[in-house]
Write a protein that binds this ligand. Structure first.
Ligand code: HEC
Ligand code: HEC
Length: 344
């Protein structure tokens, strides 16, 4: 696994056990109906099968698989988060996703015996004052939905910091669990091993003739590996491939805004809540503001298990793999910025 220097409990099994429970718990949402797993279903390779996801209301993007996400320095289509733990703190307080707040999450951990025990084993004791609802209202956070901000602003800065620290710890526990969501071995991996060992018989027994022809195109004339490189088939960078914009959604300029958001993020690698030293935040330090190549650029998703994660692209604009490939062949101009794809 790549190191996760901003998360001191990234490889702690008890933290992962806590994160695992949280991932499937609908009580983290305002309406008690939405868990992380609602939109990241294990039976759909941790995606949800919809063009865009639905939580407490409709979101504006497609839920990508979480398989191998731990290997990326950037999360989300536009990389507006730079760690799994910082990412995990967004859906809980997002009005479209779980619509809840950090104070609600802190109370859940404090009140549920199993959670309290798991939490305290990893992060030390929870403050007993959490039981005082006049100091710690049942829900609140620096959010714009549900009227929760007023509750938050009624608290002292010190109490707010206590709650945010608990919330951050929950994100770090969820991240420890997500690091365990890894791709299983595939026929492709067996084929690569056969090639490396020069084992022709194993090569012939592993992939069909058509599949080998597709692989040739993928690494040859199609030049898919320019962006879908390495064991996860992604370079984890940002590219504009000129996908049509989604109907009925506001314009989404991808990395152009995503880069600014991660620099300003309350939970980024350089923030007070990060366990990393400044020198360990190289990806964040390299973000350039106002980079024109960032316009409409998105992170290529892993192509592991891609047959099972339709529909495709950042807003599910493309229904099938065949349509995705037709799009690459046509290479139309991008709706915003410049496409990097050329027709062959
Ligand atoms: C309402 C549906 C919904 C819920 C609930 C939800 N997600 Fe997501 N998730 C999405 C969507 C949509 C995206 C892509 C959003 C974007 O790129 O802006 C996403 C992206 C992600 C990614 C980025 C993966 C990558 O490789 O970049 C991670 C990690 C993730 N979610 C984890 C979680 C966790 C942890 C929770 C619970 C705390 C959660 N999600 C709750 C819909 C959801
Ligand atoms: C210039 C970089 C680049 C090249 C070259 C490229 N891709 Fe992509 N690919 C991307 C990006 C970026 C996305 C996501 C774009 C978006 O959502 O707007 C993507 C998305 C995809 C998806 C959808 C995945 C999903 O889960 O939504 C598939 C399938 C895909 N690419 C296959 C290919 C194939 C096959 C080739 C070669 C013919 C190829 N790509 C060449 C960058 C590239």
């Amino acid at each position: 696994m790549p190191a996760s220097s901003s998360n001191a409990v990234a490889d702690n099994p008890q933290a992962a056990a806590l994160g695992h429970k949280l991932f499937f718990d609908t009580r983290l949402s305002a309406n008690n109906q939405v868990a992380c797993a609602t939109c990241h279903r294990p039976d759909l390779m941790f995606s949800d099968g919809f063009p865009v996801s639905f939580g407490t209301r409709a979101t504006k993007r497609n839920a990508q698989t979480l398989i191998g996400s731990a290997y990326s320095p950037w999360l989300l289509w536009d990389g507006h988060k730079d760690s799994l733990w910082a990412q995990a703190l967004e859906p809980i307080e997002h009005p479209d996703e779980q619509g809840s707040t950090r104070l609600h999450a802190a109370h859940l951990i404090h009140q549920d015996e199993t959670y309290r025990a798991l939490y305290q084993a990893v992060f030390g004791s929870l403050p007993a004052e959490l039981a005082d609802f006049s100091r710690f209202p049942d829900s609140g956070g620096p959010v714009e939905h549900g009227g929760y901000r007023a509750n938050w602003e009624s608290m002292t800065p010190a109490d707010q910091a206590t709650v945010t620290q608990i919330y951050v710890n929950l994100g770090k526990a969820i991240a420890a669990y997500e690091r365990l969501i890894l791709p299983g071995p595939s026929r492709f991996d067996t084929y690569v091993r056969a090639v490396l060992e020069g084992n022709v018989e194993m090569m012939e027994n592993t992939l069909l003739v058509d599949e080998v022809a597709g692989l040739r195109l993928f690494i040859g004339k199609g030049n898919c590996i320019r962006c879908h490189s390495g064991p996860l088939f992604t370079d984890n960078n940002f590219h504009n491939i000129g996908v049509s914009m989604a109907q009925n959604l506001p314009p989404d300029d991808g990395r152009a805004t995503g880069g600014q958001r991660v620099l300003a993020d309350e939970f980024n690698c350089l923030s007070h809540y990060s366990d990393a030293k400044e020198t360990e935040c190289t990806p964040l330090n390299s973000v350039k503001a106002g980079d024109s190549e960032a316009v409409y650029a998105f992170r290529p998703p892993t192509l592991r298990n891609v047959a099972e994660t339709a529909p495709y692209m950042h807003a599910g604009q493309i229904e099938t793999l065949r349509q995705a490939l037709e799009r690459y062949n046509q290479a139309p101009p991008a709706p915003m910025g410049q496409t990097e794809v050329q027709a062959t």
